[in-house]
Design a protein around this ligand. Structure first.
Ligand SMILES: Cc1cc2nc3c(=O)[nH]c(=O)nc-3n(C[C@H](O)[C@H](O)[C@H](O)COP(=O)(O)OP(=O)(O)OC[C@H]3O[C@@H](n4cnc5c(N)ncnc54)[C@H](O)[C@@H]3O)c2cc1C
Length: 419
């Protein structure tokens, strides 16, 4: 067995390779999600290229197993890489949800064939994945999925609608949670499938948001045929997969997943390594303003606390000292801290934050302010994280549910999704 490279040696090798191979962060870079379709597709293409450079250089999938194209190294190796790559352009877009939760779920529940087929193409940036969880009937009650799969020989026929799928229009593959059994309580009748978004029976429609972004999509699935070999996990046992799926998602949202690679952009920080609150204060000429200094202090303190909490909870989960459900703690922290930090940035910029099409250091401040709550919703809301913490981490009484022992067929539901 070959010897595992030491973390120190890996850090040194990463430093040299990054300086040679990766472009530096461009402060005037295009803001993802806010340009024309052409600009967006060019951005996504660039992310794929950057991922390919990482792959060819032997730095893609640091914690993914080597047999699927990863480096087979530890979280400590990933951590030092995350520090070394600050200031370089990184394909952040590919990490979530392609690597986590989709790749993580395949590693945990996929067949050998599924892993061989899909993980290497993820790590090369060839195939981008999306998660098809939320439905028009609601996203928090994931187990209440109405999208249905009915078996037809060696295939399944999928019908229904998924929504809020970020970037489905430029993505390739998806993990989709569907109902395969209506005669049992909701958690016991689910299954998970791999779907090809280019399937002509999947109609992807774009949703325009208040800030002009058209990244969100709603998909309508009409008799989508999926081979049984693309099922992930057992039939009707999709909740076992789904619970781990949501763990991986929360862990990524909380900044604690070792399968996510790149500088800590969570907590309202920046990939350039310089805290945005400092950059904005300087740009506004407020470095002597005591109010601004207070806000900078608060912002840095919040990020520091969030980073340390993520580290502590991550170590606790890795050692088994705390349960994996504790990922809800970091997920909650990240949602709250990011919203506050993006508010602080807007407060520091003052009225200049309103001109969100400006270029330079204030670029994105206004948009981030408008989007500040998104991180409290994406990946499961902070309210659901609070529920998880109280019920599953602290062991407080469970929320009352009326549909627990009732066949899902008999649970009252709203009207089906319409176009
Ligand atoms: C930026 C972004 C990206 C996203 N990307 C994806 C994606 O790629 N794929 C995908 O499938 N989904 C995605 N989503 C959707 C997201 O997962 C859902 O919006 C989220 O789970 C909430 O579902 P909902 O919007 O239907 O709200 P609902 O579930 O209807 O909830 C409405 C409100 O009620 C609260 N609530 C609901 N139930 C409870 C409860 N039991 N206790 C306390 N409070 C409760 C919620 O916290 C929320 O505030 C994304 C969302 C955002 C903002």
């Amino acid at each position: 067995m070959s010897e595992v490279e030491s973390v120190e040696s890996f850090a040194e090798r990463s430093r040299l390779w990054l300086a040679d191979s990766m472009p530096r962060v461009d402060p005037d870079a295009y803001i993802h999600g806010l340009g024309s379709d052409e600009a967006e597709l060019a951005f996504v293409d660039r992310q794929r290229q950057l991922q390919r450079v990482l792959f060819d250089g032997g730095f893609a999938g640091i914690c993914f197993p080597a047999e699927y194209g990863g480096q087979g190294l530890s979280a400590a190796h990933q951590n030092v890489f995350n520090i070394e790559c600050v200031g370089y352009q990184m394909p952040a877009l590919i990490n979530v949800p392609t690597f986590v939760p989709c790749g993580a779920v395949l590693l945990e529940f996929g067949t050998e064939e599924q892993k061989q087929k899909h993980i290497p193409s993820m790590l090369k940036g060839e195939k981008l994945w999306m998660q098809f969880l939320s439905e028009p009937s609601g996203g928090s009650d994931v187990a209440g999925a109405l999208t249905t799969a009915v078996r037809d020989g060696e295939e399944w026929l999928l019908n229904g609608s998924k929504v809020w799928t970020t970037g489905a229009w430029w993505s390739d593959m998806g993990l989709c949670l569907v109902r395969t059994n209506w005669d049992v309580p909701k958690h016991r009748g689910l299954s998970v499938f791999i779907i090809d978004i280019a399937d002509p029976n999947i109609d992807v429609q774009r949703i325009e948001m208040l800030n002009g972004s058209r990244e969100f999509c709603q998909e309508f699935l009409t008799d989508v045929r999926v081979p049984d070999s693309d099922r992930v996990g057992e039939v009707d046992d999709g909740w076992t997969v789904g619970r781990r799926w949501m763990f991986h998602e929360r862990n990524a949202m909380g900044g604690g997943s070792p399968l996510v690679s790149g500088p800590g952009v969570g907590h309202g920080g920046a990939g350039s390594g310089v805290d945005p609150s400092l950059v904005i204060t300087e740009a506004m000429g407020r470095t002597d303003d005591p109010v601004a200094l207070d806000l900078i202090g608060e912002s840095l303190m919040l990020r520091r606390a969030a980073t340390e909490l993520t580290k502590r909870v991550g170590e606790g989960m890795a050692s088994g000292a705390v349960s994996d459900t504790s990922a809800a703690i970091t997920r909650l922290m990240n949602g709250v801290v990011m919203a506050r930090n993006w508010t602080i940035h807007a407060e520091l910029a003052g009225s200049a934050a309103v001109a969100w099409e400006s270029e330079g250091p204030l670029d994105g401040v206004g948009v981030n302010y408008l989007m500040r709550q998104s991180n409290s919703i994406a990946g499961g809301t902070v309210e659901m994280a609070r529920n998880n913490i109280s019920e599953r981490v602290l062991g407080m009484p469970r929320e009352r549910t009326l549909d627990k022992d009732v066949a899902f067929r008999d649970v009252p539901k709203g009207p089906p999704a319409s176009r």
